[in-house]
Design a protein around this ligand. Sequence first.
Ligand SMILES: [Zn+2]
Length: 323
Amino acid sequence: MPARRSLFLAAGAAAAAAALPAQAAAPRAGTRNPGFHRTMVGDVEVTVLLDGAMGGGGEAGIPRFLPDSTPEELRILRERAWWMDNGLHQPVGAYVLNTGRQLVMVDCGGHSSFIPTTGNTLAALRASGYQPEQVDVVLLTHIHPEHALGLSYDGTTRNFPNAEVVVSAVDHAFWTDPAQESRVPQGQRFIEAGRRAIRPYADRIRTFAMDREVEVLPGIFSVPAPGHTPGHVSFRFTSQNQSMLIWGDIAHQTVIQLARPRWRVGVDVDQAMGVESRVRHLEMLSSERILVGGVHVPWPGFGRVVRDGEGSFAWVQRPFQFG
Ligand SMILES: [Zn+2]
């Protein structure tokens, strides 16, 4: 490669000619992005927080997580994304909506006691300019640990001491009724974490119906998405003719699951219903072309869903530079 070699020679000659005094090598900074990103949707300021990431059970977990997948199809799909070599890398995020009247969180991250690489939501919230005490409401898409455990790490302390917690009545019952325990695919560890998350808020939990879209806060509506859990919902709002929908677990893997939306998710409580909710969301979002956020969508957490052939969809990232 003659061109490249001559470039190095030229650079070396220039450095020798300058004869600058020797300088210690700069230590690696090692700092990371502060873990938040912000944009406006009409008059609503939307901040996405990066809670962390999770590996989805590694390579061995894939057949359980996506039982309809084949290694060959997965290999092709994974070429389209910057996957970690092992497993299905998933970011974990949370959202903050400042409506001008209230500070609202949509999900609130997890904790290292459950998934070691999660639990940065409070630090990201503070870095973004808000304090946990300022949060008025936490909307939960469902009571899974990496969505809800940010409420309380120890089952006693409220991380958001002034917040009301709003969740569908069906999901609240699913996680608190002993008669439902046998329906939880992930077993006792998830049940314990879910109950730990909401316990300190027992007297400040408000529930809403699952059979329709409900205006849970002024201008913010629940959108039923049952299947992943029985009471799983998305949240949607409109301001100044701009709309955004934030989903919980419509997809954990945007590349794979948007391309193959009918692949069942092994950890869904009702797998067939989970498929129907996913397809219904993707059809609606691709038709309406609205802004989309999701707890496991690629950082920094804003994008759009487009059709990509028969029965397939794709995630289009909203570039960082658009605010
Ligand atoms: Zn979930």
